[in-house]
Ligand binder design. Sequence first.
Ligand SMILES: Nc1ncnc2c1ncn2[C@@H]1O[C@H](COP(=O)(O)OP(=O)(O)O)[C@@H](O)[C@H]1O
Ligand SMILES: [Mg+2]
Length: 232
Amino acid sequence: MIEIKDITKTYGSGEMALQALKGVSFTINDGEFVAIMGPSGSGKSTLMHILGCLDIPTSGTYFLDGKDVSKMEDDELAEIRKDKIGFVFQSFNLLPRTTVLRNVMLPLIYAGVDEENREERASTSLLAAGLTKTHFSHLSNELSGGQIQRVAIARALVNDPSLILADEPTGNLDSKTGEIVLSTFQELNEKQGCTVVLITHEQHVAAHARRIITLRDGVILSDHRNRPGQTT
Ligand SMILES: Nc1ncnc2c1ncn2[C@@H]1O[C@H](COP(=O)(O)OP(=O)(O)O)[C@@H](O)[C@H]1O
Ligand SMILES: [Mg+2]
């Protein structure tokens, strides 16, 4: 599914140039659950932006489902995102004073899905993210942190993405709520076959994945299998 080769990313130019990624290569197959781990500033978010087709690398190639996306224009990248990718961020980006159901339907409005289908697909993904029907009419600003993140997951799922990218999805949650959100990702991976790439600076969060790639200063330090539930 994902094949990146010698990816570099440089911000700025000349004296101010900062190389956030210095040649990163890996392959992620369909159905994997991978954590990308590393301390703050190691290039995780930069890498996620590239994997998520939100940005292109300075050099190197990125094949997503066999297509070279590393040199695409913005409008082509937007199409790929709409078709294939669901995002979950640390800052949840839900619309306040808007119902749970409507928040999740929003991406479908942009995608041009008709109203009847929108509602049905939004409720399916809300249920898959572990919410119940009673939550659907709640306003997003009336929810707890854990519920909000589940809505954010449901919203990421609603366009039926083959790839879910989550950047520090438990960063704003207490550890117990974080665990529940992480087990939601595990379920989506195991039961629905979603490919999940989870970005984190915390070992205990990465431990939920079946493979852990560690970044340090823009390069891969290690890439190994993990048995979920175990802290290595
Ligand atoms: N838009 C940007 N412009 C300039 N420098 C950036 C930008 N985004 C990130 N950086 C720098 O790139 C490096 C990697 O950042 P980032 O990918 O956000 O790391 P992480 O997510 O692991 O904390 C850091 O030194 C950061 O300051
Ligand atoms: Mg980051």
